[in-house]
Design a protein around this ligand. Sequence first.
Ligand code: CUK
Ligand code: CUA
Length: 665
Amino acid sequence: MTDTESNDETSSALDPSEVVQRHEQQLDDLLADVDEPTPRDDSPTLELAGLELNRRDFMKAGAATGAMAGLAGCSGNILGGGGDSTTSGSGDSSTPDHKVPPGEHDEYYGFWSGGQSGEIRVVGIPSMRVLMRIPVFNTEASRGYGYDDETAEMLEEAGDYTWGDNHHPVLSETDGDYDGEYLWVNDKANGRIARVNLKYFETDAMTDVPNVQSIHGCAAQSPDTGYIFGNGEFRVPLPNDGRDVNTPENYTSLFSAVNPQTMETEWQVEVDGNLDIVDTDKDGRWAIASSYNDEEGVTVSEMTKDDRDYVKAFDVPAIEEAVEAGDYREINGVPIVDGTRDSSLNQGDSPIVRYIPTPKSPHCVEVGPNGKYAFVAGKLSPTVTMLDIEALDSSSDPDDVVAGRPKVGLGPLHTTFDGNGHAYTSLYIDSQAAKWDIEAAVEAEAGSEDPIMEKVDVHYNPGHIQALEAMTTDPDGEWLVSLNKLSKDRFLPVGPIHPDNDQLIHIGQGDTEMEVVADHPAYPEPHDCVFAHKDKLDPAATWDKEDYADEKEFITQDDTRIERTGDSSVDVKMSSMRSEFGFKDFTVQEGDEVTLTVTNIEGVRDVIHGVAIPEHDVHLAIAPQDTREATFTVDSPGVYWIYCTYFCSALHLEMRSRMIVEPSD
Ligand code: CUK
Ligand code: CUA
């Protein structure tokens, strides 16, 4: 054996601890490199033909979009587009590349509701890559969610359900624009609203809204996130304690206003009929909700008997006044204001709720970017009804408040906007997206198809449709996603439960033909999504221990200890780092309730340690500088290896501790 360097590496004579040390050093060096603070504007700059444009410029400048395609290797002149992009179908030189090259970032965050999976998914746009999943109403082992004390308690206090059905993610706003702080989402199944902290991308609060069985529509009040509004969809007796079970005419739906900070329900409004989707105007006066079943039936034929239902416009300041004046009854601690038609608060010229007749079971309500109109899709009617929001102030007569009613196609469900005067409506029955001109629809007669500019086939049966920042006052256009409920034959077959199909559609600034550019299978079942430019968020790369200084201890190697707190309770506190836990082993007694607190003392990003305790249903996922806790009872004496689940270093497999449970006698 020659004494070369390479031989040294594998020499059995080498001290193993040296190998480990060297490895750790390499890892530290590597991590030191990536731990640099992220520059505020790190969008790559593309240089071509003397032009210097970053990706943001491309997204904003419709005329320059051809440059992206040229850059990505498509044929066509490098500054193409420019009003001459008449070709359609794939390869259109005006369509920028939606594929994001290795190492580059997407331009937008997309937040998808996960439907009956209960989670929120973070998706990069335009690549449509799923970047992360945030458990909300479900439990999720990978992130230790529902398996540590804090998240388990949060779920327990919000009703202790094991699943939820989230439909409508909404982002916090300051001055009518996304501030990147929080996201809220409803739970249709169990009447909850949860909050996700966008610094840590974690669910940090949840409330089980009193007096309702289901929350469907969910909206953050513009422009400064005054309330989170939730629509109680199913009519039930109030309170639902066994009274009125056989008198459906006495059931009721409630509109709820939740405080975004405390997550307490501040007030509710009782209405006639069901409540479906809700959006708010842009200056905080009106919350506008669609509804179906004004017939107040309990079977489908009863619910769809009439040819009209009523959109309900809630006058928020007027409701606040009624609450202040004590004009309510209190049930389960919440002031409930009577907003039914017969209520004394709805007589006279300024009713607190305006009931606006709208054709057959309207579904969505989306308020357009300039705040002038609310767009209400017909569902069972082939039209979108546009409500003039300013006119709501003085009337609920459709002659005064309906500004337009274009005929868009069959099964219209949701509408989105490009910020350049166009609306895009999903057509569930026709399996299409229809693009139309908003002001042309105001000019045209009701039921006219003239405002329709273009339709594109989607695959198949779309629900929500969403364009970049379409829910703000300044949408970015460029990309639109159609969230199709059925994928049928679009993917390799995976058995009888099919994925959905989220299709990416290029729309430019509304000046180009729509083009479907990508299919993306989606695990059942997203309903809605919302997009924010990446510069509006500022996620943490590691935890900051100051954020939990009052609640939990930060446990270093020196702080590692075991403390008996009672006859049969014990606290175990330890650190974790590559590649060892603070305790190599620790001993507890059979029957003990063990509270295990573990801190990840790493300072570098992306070195996460997991704590799994076989046979005790414990899993913690601890990011750098974070501390997590789990409490469990040790009923059976024996040896239990505690192991790390995140592949954190070359010695990850060796990263373990040993819990010894001594027999009690
Ligand atoms: S809803 Cu699902 S397609 Cu819950 Cu917004 Cu319309
Ligand atoms: Cu720590 Cu694997």
